[in-house]
Write a protein that binds this ligand. Structure first.
Ligand code: PHE
Length: 325
């Protein structure tokens, strides 16, 4: 009996001293394992005097249960203090202000595009996309440029390969949209265009919006009325619009348009009645259908609206610019 008592005392001490879960596992094995102390006592019972066998067996089993429950208690305590140490080490101050990622912003050009699209959508125009790499036919040929036209010169056009170019204007979207379809059409086509020049007021990539309308009766008067309404929408209710006679191979008559701006005029783009040859190139009979088109630069409008002083700043991708807008 005293051996069992001693064993309990030893186990208690060893369990209390176990500093880690691994140590505790070893302590438990030492006392409760198949080759452990309790098992040894139980094995020795047969050699005891008959009267002692029962009480010693009972005491040994009791000791086994006690040790088991001490081990469990100790395990729980070790786990709790381990977690506390962990928490202390990786302390997190939840009252600190968070590091919020900066919100994204729309580029000024995107904002102007959206505004323009909303205006023309309200007049029943749909948006048409076109690729930035175009065929020579869509960019020039179908638009009635003669083969030796200077716009095809290496000075102005970025040639890609296999007869394709970076589109020099959004007018090829007219060709893509009209070919194989029957009027009426009312479309706008916003997008990037490319020309071979670069200085404070020109970048090799810039943005245009093409607009065109074709049916059996629309006139230059509709064009001017719509553009004037558009100019007033963009630049204020007192804005005036003026046409200056001009030449484009794909419109006849053609004009350049300006809007009134700070006591003077700001050049805005080109326009005119779509040339019969262009309609014919798209499979449309110019005896039955007629229409007009315009194409305007959008970057200066965006610069003016958001106070950006230099065109090149618009396309450098510096977030500090966007943050100021
Ligand atoms: N595509 C012409 C340009 O980029 C503009 C234009 C479009 C003129 C439509 C007339 C009609 O200069």
């Amino acid at each position: 009996m005293s051996q069992v008592e001693r064993l309990e005392a030893e186990a208690r001490e060893a369990i209390d001293n176990a500093g880690t879960r691994e140590e505790l596992v070893q302590v438990r094995a030492r006392f409760l394992g198949r080759k452990g102390s309790v098992a040894a006592i139980l094995r020795g019972i047969g050699e005891l005097p008959a009267a002692e066998r029962g009480p010693v067996g009972a005491a040994a089993n009791e000791a086994k249960q006690k040790i088991e429950s001490w081990v469990a208690e100790r395990r729980a305590a070790l786990e709790a203090s381990g977690r506390a140490a962990d928490l202390a080490e990786h302390r997190l101050d939840v009252t600190l202000p968070g590091a919020a990622p900066p919100p994204g912003r729309l580029h000024p050009v995107t904002r102007v595009f959206r505004d323009v699209i909303a205006f023309f959508a309200s007049m029943g125009f749909a948006v048409q996309d076109g690729p930035e790499v175009e065929t020579d036919w869509n960019n020039f040929g179908a638009l009635n440029f003669p083969d030796d036209h200077p716009a095809r010169d290496i000075q102005d056009t970025f040639f890609v390969e296999g007869g394709t170019v970076l589109r020099t204007h959004t007018s090829p979207v007219q060709i893509r949209t009209m070919t194989g379809r029957t009027p009426p059409f009312r479309f706008i086509a916003p997008g990037r265009v490319y020309r071979h020049d670069s200085d404070a007021t020109h970048t090799p990539m810039f943005h245009q919006i093409e607009g065109f309308m074709v049916d059996d009766r629309t006139t230059l008067g509709d064009l001017k009325g719509i553009l004037h309404a558009f100019a007033r929408h963009m630049f204020g209710p007192d804005t005036e619009l003026r046409f200056r006679g001009h030449y484009f191979p794909f419109t006849e008559p053609s004009a350049e348009m300006d809007f009134s701006y700070r006591g003077g005029w700001m050049e805005w783009g080109g326009c005119g009645m779509i040339h019969p040859e262009v309609l014919r190139n798209c499979g449309i009979d110019p005896e039955r259908h007629q229409g007009w088109a315009f194409g305007m630069g959008i970057d200066r409008t965006a610069m003016d609206r958001f106070g950006v002083p230099d065109l090149r700043l618009m396309f450098e991708g510096d977030v500090r610019l966007l943050e100021q807008i």
